[in-house]
Every structure is written in C-alpha cells, then in structure tokens.
Design a protein around this ligand. Structure first.
Ligand code: COA
Ligand code: AMP
Length: 643
C-alpha cells in the first residue's frame, strides 16, 4: 500500500488549525471548539480554548450512547494469579460511576487532585476514569516507587484522596503497598483526607480508620447497590486531566500536566492513523499505568477510539514463561501491541528460536510497536522474523504524551530504516540544532528540538511550576521545545534518536534520574561524594552504576557500606531504580572547575571511544576509573581518541 504519510503531513503543515479542527469533530463536546489554537494563553499557547468536554464521556458514555455498550472495553489478565475479568462499555460505566460516587461523597470535585498508587488491576483504570468523570485531576504513582517518592508527589499535588491497594505482585513476592502508603502519608506535609484501599486476596492490609482509611470495594459496592448515577462534569478543554510526575534532573520530579481537549483529540487521531486499529478491535500496551505509555495507550487512547484494551499483570518472561505475550495476543485477538524493546530482549534471551511463539495462533496480529528506549536493530530484526509482522520503532516521551516520530500503520508504512523511529507525525516540526541553537546539516548529530507550539496532547506545563517548565524545556533554544534527546535527521527526513543530553537513563524501559540517585547516595553518613552514571546493559538497555568516595578515616568494611547505599536507594526511590552496581573509588574525575566528568566515565564504562577533556584536573583519575570498571566486569575496550 502506498503511504499517505507525506500527503497527511503536508496537509497539517499547510493548515494546522483545519487539521486539528477536523480531528476534533468525531469527539463529543459540551461546547464545540471555535478557537482551535489560542497563542495568547498558557506558556506557549493553548489548544481548543473556550471549548468544553469530558474525557470520561468520550471514553465510555459516547460508545454506550452510540449503541456499543455491549462491546468489550477492558480485558484483565493476571499472569501472576491466573485471574481473568472482562468488562463491556456498559459494565465499565457502572464501575466508573460507582467510584465517582464514592469520590463525590468524599468531597472530590472539579480540579481536586487524587493520587492513585495501585498495581495493574482494573480498579486502577476505573479510578482514573472516575476522576476524569468528575473533572478531578488524577496523579498515578508507579507501584515500584517507595514511600519517599510517593510523599513528594502527595505534597506537590496536594491530593485530597489517595486510592491504593493492599499489595502488588512481583514474581516470587507479594509487595505490600499499605506500609509504604502509611509511611508516605506520615511523611507528607499535606495529608490526604482519605485513603481508599483495595484489599487483594494475596494480602489484607490493616486499615488506619483513625487516619481516614476506607475499604475501596465496600464503598464502591454500596454505590453499585444504590445504582448511583454520576453525570460527567463539563470541563474546559484546557482544564487539566492529569498530572504525571516524571524524573527530572534532580530528586524533585516534574509534574507533567495534560489537558482534556487537546489530549483526547491527539490520542484519538493516533489510534487509527499511527497504530492502525479500528473501533471494536483489541489493542494491547504491555506497560504499567504508572508510566505515560499506560496513561495514553492502556487507558485513554484505546477507550477513546472504541477499542478493547488489555490490562495485563505480569512480566514478559517468567510468568510463567516467554510465551505469555503470545497467549494474550491469541486469546484476546490482539491486533496491535505496544511494549518496550527490553521486554523483547528478555523474551529472545529465554526463547531464542521462538519455539514458544509457534505454539500460538497469531494470525490476527498485525503490528508490534516498540518505544521507551532505543530499539536495537538486532531485537527488531529478530521480532520481525519470528512474528512475521511489521515491528515499528517509534519515539516519544512523557512530556509529549503521544508519538513524535513513527512509521504510521494507519497511513501506510514508510520504508524501514533500522535504528530510526522514522518520521515526524503531523503536529511536530522536528529539527536538530547545535549547542548554540543553529540548525545542523542533515546527518549531523545535535540536540533534537520541536518547534513551538507543541501539538495537542503534549504537556501544557509542569504542575504549579510554569517557570520551571520554561527554564527546563523552552529557554535554551528559543522558539523550540528541548527534548533533551540527542540525535540526527538524515537527508530523507528520518530521525535517529541516539542518547539523552541530561542525566536521565532508560533502564528496562523505565525512566530514571541518576541525579536523584546521587542525592540519595550522598545521604549515607560515610559517603563524601558520589557519581551515578548509566552503563550499557544487554537486557535493560542501561543500568545505573554508582561511584562512591568515602569520607576520610572511614574504616568500616567498604562492602558493607556499598550494601547500605544500595539498600538506601531501594528504600528512598524504590526497587524500580534497579540500583545494584556500586564501586568505591579514591577520587572522581573532575574538570578544573570541579564538575564531575560523568559523560567520559560513561564512555569508558561502555567501551566507547572518548576524548581526554581539555579541562580535566588530573587525567590519572580516569585510569583509576577504568581499572575499577574492568575489575567489576564493565568497561568493554576503551579507546582514547586524542590526548
Ligand atoms: N512494584 C514493585 N516492584 C516493582 C515493580 C512494581 N510495579 N516493577 C518493578 N519492580 C521491581 C522488580 O521486582 C525488581 O525488583 P528486584 O530488584 O527485587 O528484583 C526491580 O523493581 C527492578 O525491576 P525491573 O528493572 O523491571 O527488572 P526485572 O528483572 O524485574 O524485569 C524485565 C526485567 C525486562 C522483565 C522487565 O523490566 C520488563 O518487563 N520490562 C518492560 C518494561 C516496560 O514494559 N516498560 C514500560 C514502558 S513501554
Ligand atoms: P519516557 O518519558 O519514560 O517515555 O522516556 C522518554 C525517553 O525515552 C526519550 O526522551 C528517549 O530518551 C527515550 N526513548 C523513547 N522512545 C525511544 C525510541 N524509540 N528510540 C530512542 N529513545 C527513545
């Protein structure tokens, strides 16, 4: 099939407002958009200012009103417990209304914040939609984060209510959530009025009724029995739908704010045009609702587009084996799937010949989408051969909310270039500039930037922090949004995303801040200074690696100190930080002005060519770093380019 990509991209370029006006038409609006883009509003302008809508209405009620209430909307499959549950749009409406009624009884209304700290259970998705129904703003916190991270988010969002569960399930262990929640509430300066706790069979949590805890299922059941109807609250298209905290360069996470109108228009457009799925078909994003992929493509995108979405609790391998994904695709007739390359590296490691793949009927499966980290060509080619469907690398980030660059299945595929997530989607003008902001020639590495205004669906600001948004994302390259990714655009307009330009690392498809880890390492009483870098890892893409300089006269066993620092990061940030590699060093390499040379250390660790920094204070320290990396099994075969 000839691709319509060029035609559609040019149509957007020629008249962006007409493009987004048309994209908004199939959706329901209490007050339809008249103004499409208002340049004078917000930090860089606002989409659909003056219009009114409700995202929950568009995800559920719109389908029910159109007579599709009996159609399957949500499939829950837990590879951890074997449980399976199915919900039609009618049933989804009942669940969501009951939770909305509970929240309403607790005084939650338009603009109030609700933190959701839950594992991958359908109640988490119902809760997000219930907030949207009331015009309340949800903030989902990933279950792998520990109490301190949760407390930071409670304080920053000033949440009125928390919805949580007694436990999550990781392979081989039950993760009790309630002690972490209690600690977080105790730590937070701004306490929620109430914590609704879903009791799971695997672990019942002790509720602190005196602190306002409530049993989630009991409260919801009361409203179901009453059959309480809760109407969708009209909200401004520009009102926030959610705040999603993501790693920044410090321990203070950034609250990415997404609006209602632009978000639903962009996601709706992406389902058919990028992912190529039609209403009634099943779409599966094997991610977690704690990440942006979960928000956009487990919850909102598929439901807006009238797809059935799969909520999966489990791992690509080990629950019980590397065939789990194929079982899900077969059993629920998944047409299109989205996951992180790490998951496929793990599957390939366990099932290199694809024997498990051939045990399942995947004849209905049409395409696999990968994002969240750089997809290595080896993994893509392996997946293509094994699955015999297009395997599409596409690139985006928490801030953008939907793909910046992709090979669009719905518009017709473009020729594949391995290593590239293909071309910019309508809405995005992507350029590469040097550090001074000058455009570079095709094929030259530089900073990837997106011309303002950002399209509908992208972040509108950081929560209560417009200035931080401006200074972090908009100031360095005036007129552009800084993606903090480095890469190039070739002569055919294909984008190649190579690395982050800040201290964010992608570990197993999870976005982590090495800066935040350094802050925690520095808390240890024996640590004088430290550096955390991301080093290449065959499975997880990158893993964090810490270098500690101990204080003078510390005589305790260094192995014990390393263990304590690892435990501290696990307790403060959470197990998801995957912080397991720590090396004690005499000193850290620095410039004469005292800046730690993390970039050079990373290159040495990865066995990449590196230049001796002209401003280095003492070159001998780099040899020490190389030696200790080698002793610990890192540092491929470093080559110094020039002295
Ligand atoms: N709750 C509590 N703990 C969690 C958690 C959660 N929701 N998610 C992860 N963790 C824990 C893990 O149990 C592990 O703990 P451990 O150190 O005690 O073993 C730790 O955090 C690190 O997890 P992870 O980096 O995911 O490693 P893993 O070895 O458990 O799993 C993969 C490896 C590749 C199977 C897994 O990372 C994976 O499925 N990746 C795909 C990621 C993905 O879908 N990303 C979403 C973006 S599209
Ligand atoms: P997150 O905000 O967690 O989605 O992480 C976003 C970051 O992941 C991006 O800024 C990139 O650094 C990286 N990333 C996401 N998708 C890709 C991709 N397809 N190729 C390379 N890097 C990617």
């Amino acid at each position: 099939m000839q691709s319509d990509y060029k035609k559609v991209y040019e149509a957007w370029q020629n008249d962006p407002e007409a493009f987004w006006r048309e994209a908004a038409e199939p959706l329901f609006w209490f007050k339809p958009p008249e103004t499409i883009f208002s340049a004078k509003d917000g930090v860089y302008g606002r989409w659909f200012a003056g219009a009114e809508t409700n995202t929950c209405y568009n995800c559920i009620d719109r389908h029910v009103a159109a007579g599709r209430g009996a159609q399957r909307a949500l499939i829950f499959d837990s590879a951890m417990t074997g449980e399976k549950r199915f919900f039609s749009f009618d049933q989804l409406l009942e669940e969501v209304q009951a939770i909305a009624a509970v929240l309403q009884n607790l005084g939650v209304g338009k603009g109030d914040r609700v933190v959701i700290y839950m594992p991958m259970v359908p109640e988490a998705i119902f809760s997000m939609l219930a907030c949207a129904r009331l015009g309340a703003i949800h903030s989902v916190v990933f279950g792998g984060f520990a109490a301190h991270e949760l407390a930071t988010r409670l304080d920053d969002s000033q949440a009125k209510v928390v919805i949580s569960a007694s436990c999550g399930l990781e392979p081989g262990r039950v993760v009790p959530y309630k002690p972490l929640l209690d600690q977080a509430v105790d730590m937070a300066k701004v306490k929620p009025d109430c914590c609704l706790v879903l009791q799971r069979d695997q672990l019942h949590a002790a509720l602190r009724y005196e602190h306002g805890d409530m049993d989630f299922a009991q409260a919801v059941e009361v409203e179901k029995v009453k059959g309480t109807a809760v109407a969708c609250v009209p909200v401004a298209a520009t009102d926030p739908l959610y705040v999603l905290y993501t790693s920044g360069t410090t321990g203070q996470p950034k609250g990415v704010v997404r609006d209602n109108g632009g978000h639903m228009v962009a996601l709706y457009w992406s389902m058919r045009n990028i992912y190529g799925v039609l209403p009634g078909e099943t779409f599966w994003a094997a991610s977690d609702i704690g990440w942006v992929v979960g928000h956009s493509y487990i919850v909102y995108g598929p439901l807006l587009a009238g797809n059935a979405t799969v909520v999966f609790e489990g791992k690509p391998v080990g629950t019980p084996d590397a065939g789990t994904y194929w079982r899900i695709i077969q059993d629920y007739d998944v047409k299109s799937m989205f996951t992180a390359p790490t998951a496929f590296r793990a599957i390939r490691r366990d099932d290199p010949q694809g024997d498990l793949i051939r045990r399942y009927d995947l004849s209905g499966f049409r395409a696999l989408f990968l994002a969240g980290e750089r997809a290595d060509s080896e993994t893509i080619k392996w997946a293509e051969q094994q699955l015999n469907v297009p395997v599409i690398d596409h690139w985006w980030q928490t801030e953008t909310g939907w793909p910046v660059a992709a090979n669009p299945a719905g518009l017709g595929f473009l020729p594949v270039k391995y290593g590239s997530p293909a071309c910019p989607m309508p809405g995005y003008t992507v350029e590469v500039v040097d550090d001074a902001g000058h455009p570079v020639a095709a094929g030259t590495l530089g900073n990837i930037v997106i011309k303002l205004p950002l399209p509908p669906g992208c972040l509108v600001s950081f929560w209560n922090a417009d200035e931080r948004f401006r200074s972090t994302c908009l100031e360095e390259f005036p007129g552009y949004y800084k993606t903090a990714d480095a890469g190039l655009i070739d002569e055919d307009g294909y984008i190649f995303v190579m690395a982050r330009t800040d201290d964010i690392i992608n570990c197993a498809g999870h976005r982590l801040s090495t800066g935040a880890m350094e802050e925690v390492c520095a808390m240890h009483p024996d640590v004088a200074e430290c550096a955390v870098i991301g080093v290449a890892d065959a499975l997880k893409g990158q893993i964090p690696c810490g270098f500690l300089v101990l204080k003078h006269r510390v005589e305790r066993d260094p192995r014990l100190i390393s263990r304590e620092v690892i435990d501290l990061v696990r307790t403060e940030i959470g197990p998801v930080a995957a912080f397991k590699a720590v090396m004690i060093v005499e000193r850290l390499p620095k410039t004469r002005s005292g800046k730690i040379l993390r970039g050079t250390m990373q290159k040495i660790a990865d066995g990449m060519p590196w230049n001796m920094p002209a401003t280095i204070d003492d070159p001998a320290i780099l040899d020490e770093i190389r030696d200790i990396l080698r002793e610990n099994g890192y540092a491929g075969n470093p080559t110094m380019l020039s002295a």
